[in-house]
Design a protein around this ligand. Structure first.
Ligand SMILES: NC(=O)N[C@@H](CC(=O)O)C(=O)O
Ligand SMILES: [Zn+2]
Ligand SMILES: [Zn+2]
Length: 425
């Protein structure tokens, strides 16, 4: 194992110092360190963050390896500063058995670029009819703790209650895609002024808010942990604020795109902007940003949703919803939050690692801690070129935009996965 001596690096925004990585852990921090056997990296101007942790990633393997594989998605994640990602279950076959989650987990280990933690489906085939084998997935080599039918809502309240009860035994969590399906039939975009003008069927905010309200009450009743995926409306924030004040064990995520882009993007009819839940209004964005600063929303999660060209470059109505996120998330966070490094570390690393129960992740660089970290150049600006992304898909909504910040290096247990802004493998 190589030792790395990182010179003049700001640890989560503090005064520059040196950081020595040896044998997979942070060996030492402090000014003026020397280590003759170590590879020296000059990190003047760079900020070290605990390796980012994504609680919501779609890797598409098994089934849609043309859109993404565990390996290509892992590489995209490492380039985005991540050291761990949680892989959603809506693959083909669905990750609803111990066999499939173990396969994804093993593929993640083989790629070796980030820790891939599989999420298990709540219901068999995501069909919302009967519970999947949650216990077997929890006991498997993948040690699943997060369960989600993401892509679909667990709409049946009785099934949702039973799922919450079931995972309580092993401190698991149900991650809900909050969408009342009866209220979003045929929906194409956010229901509001823009959808009326364009004549597209709307996805009303209440379809999300009604499910969150129901589920926080269920979680309170059962005493279980609930996580809300991709919160997108001001009304959802109010429901979450109320639930948290009551002591409900609920956590919530917001995506980078819901913090930045509005429903007016639909005016372009470019399906790259089609996503679930849909892009909302400027008022929603303001409420989401405030909730993130305050902690009513706990984390930023990417909802990285790669789609093949034929599924995206078609008529709006036929396009699949979803957009890429892993390689641009830190830049959007920096754009939205500014250089509030402690807040960024909390929302993108520490808190998601806690929610997922990922040991060795989400820990600030300090002696003895596993060296899972990323080095950011906050002064850099880069133009997003879809063809240059490591993802197998191209559906980034930030094409040709200039974004702040650049990931210079990422370390997974002391080994670089990214150096000089390039993937090592
Ligand atoms: N976000 C999306 O629009 N799409 C996701 C599913 C999901 O997150 O609901 C996908 O799997 O493509
Ligand atoms: Zn979803
Ligand atoms: Zn998703």
């Amino acid at each position: 194992m190589t030792a790395y001596l990182i010179k003049n690096v700001s640890l989560v925004g503090a005064e520059p110092t040196d950081l020595l990585i040896r044998d997979g852990v942070v060996a030492q921090t402090g000014p003026g360190l020397a280590a003759p056997d170590a590879t020296v990296l000059d990190a003047t101007g760079l900020v070290a963050l605990p390796g980012l942790v994504d609680l919501h990633t779609h890797l598409r393997e098994p089934g849609r390896e043309d859109a993404e594989t565990v390996e290509s998605g892992s590489r995209a994640a490492a380039l985005g500063g991540y050291t761990a990602v949680c892989a959603m279950a809506n693959t083909s076959p669905v990750a609803d058995t111990a066999g499939v989650v173990e396969q994804v987990w093993r593929l993640g280990r083989e790629a070796g670029l980030v820790d891939v933690q599989p999420i298990g489906a709540v219901t068999v085939g995501l069909a919302g009819e009967r519970l999947a084998e949650l216990g077997a997935m929890a006991d498997s080599a993948a040690r699943v703790r997060i369960f989600s039918d993401d892509g679909h809502c667990v709409a049946d309240p009785k099934l949702m209650r039973r799922a919450l009860e079931y995972v309580k035994a092993f401190d698991g969590v149900i991650a809900q895609h909050a969408e009342e399906p009866r209220l979003t039939e045929g929906a194409q975009m956010h229901e509001g002024e823009v959808s009326t003008r364009l004549g597209l069927t709307g996805w009303p905010a209440v379809a999300e808010e009604a499910i969150i309200a129901r589920d926080v009450l269920l979680a309170e009743h059962v005493g279980s942990r609930l996580h809300i995926c991709h919160v997108s409306t001001a009304g959802s924030v109010e429901v979450l604020r109320h639930a948290k004040a009551r002591g409900v064990k609920v956590t919530a995520e917001v995506t980078p795109h819901h913090l930045l882009l509005t429903d007016e993007k639909a005016e372009t009819y470019d399906p790259v902007y089609k996503v679930n839940p849909p892009l909302r209004t400027a008022d929603d964005i303001a409420a989401l940003r405030a909730a993130l600063a305050e902690g009513v929303i706990d984390i930023i999660a990417t909802d990285h949703a790669p789609h093949a060209v034929e599924d995206k470059e078609c008529e709006w109505a036929y396009a699949r919803p979803g957009m890429l996120g892993l390689e641009t998330a830190l830049s959007i966070a920096l754009d939205v939050l500014g250089p509030q490094w402690d807040l960024i570390a909390e929302r993108m690393s520490r808190a998601p690692a806690r929610i997922a129960g990922l040991e060795g992740h989400g820990l600030d660089p300090a002696p003895g801690v596993p060296a899972n970290l990323t080095l950011v150049d906050p002064a850099a600006r880069r133009v997003i070129e879809p063809a240059e992304l490591a993802s197998r898909s191209r559906n980034t909504p930030y094409a040709r935009m200039t974004l702040p910040g650049r990931i210079v290096a990422t370390f997974l247990r002391g080994e670089p996965t990214v150096l000089d802004g390039k993937a090592v493998r």
